[in-house]
Design a protein around this ligand. Sequence first.
Ligand code: ZN
Length: 436
Amino acid sequence: MQAFDQQAKAAEMKGRVGLRPFPYPFSAGLALSSDIDRCDPAAFIRIHQYLNCPRQGLGLAVSDSFFGVGRQYGHMAYYEDDGKTPAKEAELIRKALECGLIDTLHSWGAFDRSPPQADFLRNTAKRLTEDLTARGLNIKILSIHGAPINIHNLYARTEPNFCGDLPDSPFYTGDLVDCLGIKFYWASELLAWPLSIGSGFQGRILQLWRLVQNTVKNSVKRGLGKPAHIRRPHQILPLAYPLKLRDGRTLLGFSRFNAHPDGLWGLPTRHTLRYALSRSNLNRLIRQRGYLIVYTHFGMPADRQDPLFPDPDRQALENLAGHCRAGRIWVARTLDLLTYWLVFHHLEWTVKIEGDDLLIRIHSLADPTTGRRRPEEKELAGICFYTPRPRDTQLFLGDKPLTTTLFHPDETGRPSVGLALPENPDVSFLEKFNHF
Ligand SMILES: [Zn+2]
């Protein structure tokens, strides 16, 4: 009888162990995701000194992007427009990649007036990949540079001309995307709402409502003869989804959020952050315990006036920083938010009771892009487990014990243990580039 009681107690304890949807103490997650269009190095430095620096600015973890080529249009790029001479900002880009301030490639190049030459594109992409990987740098996120003329982009639902992932196209670069380490891909999917994780009754009702709306919109699109514009449920509900490219590779596609007076496809800039980060949007995000990756272009408008952020946008950012300091919204680099999402949804672990100890063992990550594998320790940053016995809980990655912190009960009344948050990029190196 006693053995039976113990078994029942152990089973009950195991049932109370679970992953927390966000690192403690946060209730929601948000990343500012900026395409580097029209951003020159001087603006890049000032913007990130304000956003990231805890002494001179807001101390938020905000990452950015860069181009391979595209300087003739005023974009920050690694190479001059010959595709081989390092640009004057190449070292700045490398330093930003090293510390995590840049985590996204905004396509190999910007070809905004005429499409790229196939050989030029391939050679530039290859040179960039070889240069960065030889320095031990890889890039995990790729974001499309949108205009249809940029045919070298990978597959995008709304752009049938893009052919970067078609193996028999002269613009094929799928192999190089792989070498560079790309795992997450923004394929121009925009949404106008926070992405609820869909837990709880309210979350499920909200998701159901979105599905109904989407079905109606899809019928209209079919009626208008625009089948390519039809959106599947996985493109409107979760933050990310496995996206199989035409060369057989799978990336994790993700959706970004846009709130703009001109509608979903209005061009967001640092002067429209007031809409995306409105008080009501942030409150809705917290209420829904959702994820949000905000689509923006920090470098725009390019005619740099002072102040860099007009009052309404500055106030919106300060309000966001206040939510972060108060432990409500986790403001993270795009890569960290996507990685947390991936781990939360695909981590495989077991619980064992040994005497008074509760052992949580992480075995693997059922990663849709690579198949099942052992997660790297840094991918687990911020991961938090609810546990009924935090003091007696030990966390392992395979056989390796991990150092955890004990957390008080949160708004659900449950205590947890968790790993340290991902580190914010240290942007003090930007001072060395003040000559720009
Ligand atoms: Zn762009």
